[in-house]
Design a protein around this ligand. Structure first.
Ligand SMILES: [Fe+2]
Length: 506
């Protein structure tokens, strides 16, 4: 056995001590408290989530506008969906069991199918009839330590179809595979026998050649995954983390490098706890680190330091001819969304969380110096940055975000009501406002068949429309974002709010 393989096995074992979950907590939140709050605000209906009895959904959507005949494929989204069992409600939005939504688009129809991911956790709690597994934000009394990352894997963060299967992704454990034809869960993906349960995070990057690159945080180590276009493991590497135990949520890939923001926040499951609620704060005095690694040899690396801030998501990264790596990302001054905002949502008062902004970091690989520039755009918060899929790892001129810019009466909470398209070259910002009665989720670029250029594309994404009390799939022309949707597909029900998703052309 090679040294590298032994190291990887050691890292797999090292995942476990970091995941020993606390005991002695009191109780989860109460569903009735949320219901009382939600009764006053029709925008909050999605935060009831789904019950286990009615969790799966199937329907043909009602079509509005003109769906282009040449748009054919499957759009996936994932997010926490099941928040309550047996009189207990999770404290934290990120805790809910994952539900993958699939929209089949083509031949004059949009057909929706939503399936809870059949994780080991879901099966265990179905059998118990109540929550029994400690999650990211909620601890239950008297639970034994976790047996491994997948024992509390909710598979609730992202969904991408790759090499004939849908991967339901979560930050801290295995990907769960589902069948594209019916969204049946086939089980956790073990890329190699000795790497079972090694974290395969929720934000892999798919390059234009079909290679999937990903990372995972395993104790004091970082794992780097390379999956080939056929869905086989092409490589796995291991390196020490420059910020061990820190949250590692998203990453970017360039032609030669992997670029990983490491915000100064540790997901320490041993402390602290308030009642049954975990607390997460940034570590004072620590910078935002950006780890740059050579794709082919992750031991070749540089760590850049930027002013302290919280980062969930990157837009993109690329290399310049003069040896810089340019990284776009969304940063926030603190971790208040993770610690307060996502908790307030579950309680029916989603107003907390510091406002986030888009940034560009220029990382000089020769000098090790970094320059940070705040990009133009909304002062009311942005998130969910996406680019044209053909530009992953190359210079991308246009970024789309969910965004807020309305303040005041009628819009007291922090959820997004609009889309913002940023031209990084000119600084021009263009917007579409769905209105204060809608919650805007992530929108993705879908290239037009035969299209040339980044804006020769559609933007595809969902909103929750509080007037209709329904989830709506929206299609916009990226070159004319201000005009709003050219076509919509209205579901006969509302879905829980999701995080991320991806489109696969048919
Ligand atoms: Fe994310």
């Amino acid at each position: 056995m090679s040294t590298r393989r032994t190291l990887l096995q050691g890292a797999a074992a090292a995942v476990l001590p970091g995941l020993l979950l606390a005991r002695g907590a009191t109780a989860a939140a109460r569903p009735a408290d949320f219901a009382a709050a939600a009764a006053k605000d029709p925008l909050l209906t999605p935060l009831f989530g789904v019950s286990d009895a009615t969790g799966d959904r199937d329907a043909e959507a009602r079509l509005l506008g003109r769906w282009p005949a040449e748009l054919r494929g499957r759009f996936y989204r994932n997010g926490p969906a099941l928040y309550e069992r047996a009189g207990q409600r999770y404290h934290h939005w990120f805790d809910g069991d994952g539900m993958v939504q699939q929209y089949r688009i083509g031949e004059g129809h949009v057909v929706h199918r939503g399936r809870l991911v059949r994780t080991a956790k879901l099966a265990q709690e179905r059998a118990a009839g109540r929550f029994v597994v400690n999650t990211l934000g909620t601890a239950f009394p008297g639970q034994p330590p976790a047996s491994g990352p997948d024992s509390f894997n909710t598979a609730n963060t992202n969904a991408i179809e790759h090499a004939g299967r849908v991967l339901a992704l979560w930050e801290g454990g295995s990907a769960y595979a589902m069948r594209p034809e019916d969204l049946a869960t086939t089980g956790p993906v073990t890329w190699r026998g000795d790497l079972a349960q090694m974290p395969f995070s929720a934000h892999p990057k798919l390059d234009a050649q079909g290679h999937l690159w990903n990372i995972g945080a395993a104790g004091r180590k970082l794992v780097v995954w390379h999956i080939d276009p056929a869905g086989a493991l092409a490589g796995v590497q291991l390196t020490d983390s420059p910020f061990p135990g820190g949250m590692v949520h998203d990453m970017a890939v360039t032609a030669r490098h992997l670029v990983v923001p490491l915000p100064p926040l540790k997901l320490d499951f041993l402390s602290p706890i308030e009642g049954s609620r975990r607390r997460f704060g940034m570590t004072a005095g620590e910078p935002l680190r950006v780890l740059v690694m050579d794709k082919n040899d992750v031991a070749k690396q540089r760590v850049f330091e930027l002013p302290p801030q919280m980062v969930f998501h990157v837009g993109n990264a690329h290399e310049t001819a003069d040896g810089e790596i340019v990284l776009s990302f969304v940063g926030a001054p603190d971790a208040s969304f993770l610690d307060e905002g996502a908790v307030a949502m579950m309680a029916g008062r989603p107003g907390a969380g510091s406002r986030s902004h888009a940034f560009l970091a220029r990382l000089n690989m020769a000098s090790g110096q970094a320059r940070l520039e705040r990009l133009p755009g909304s002062d009311g918060g942005v998130e969910f940055p996406r680019i044209h899929p053909a530009r992953v790892g190359l210079a991308a001129r246009h970024l789309v975000f969910g965004a807020s810019w309305i303040d005041g009466p009628g819009r007291e909470h922090a959820l997004f009501h609009g889309l913002q398209l940023l031209d990084v070259e000119t600084g021009r910002v263009r917007r579409f406002d769905y209105g204060a009665h809608q919650i805007v989720e992530e929108h993705v670029f879908v290239p037009k068949p035969g299209g040339r250029g980044e804006l020769d594309a559609w933007l595809l994404g969902t909103t929750f429309d509080a007037r209709r009390q329904a989830t709506v799939l929206n299609l916009l022309d990226a070159a004319r974002i201000e005009d709003g949707p050219v076509a919509q597909a209205v579901l006969p029900y509302g879905l829980p709010l999701g995080f991320h998703g991806n489109f696969t052309a048919a």
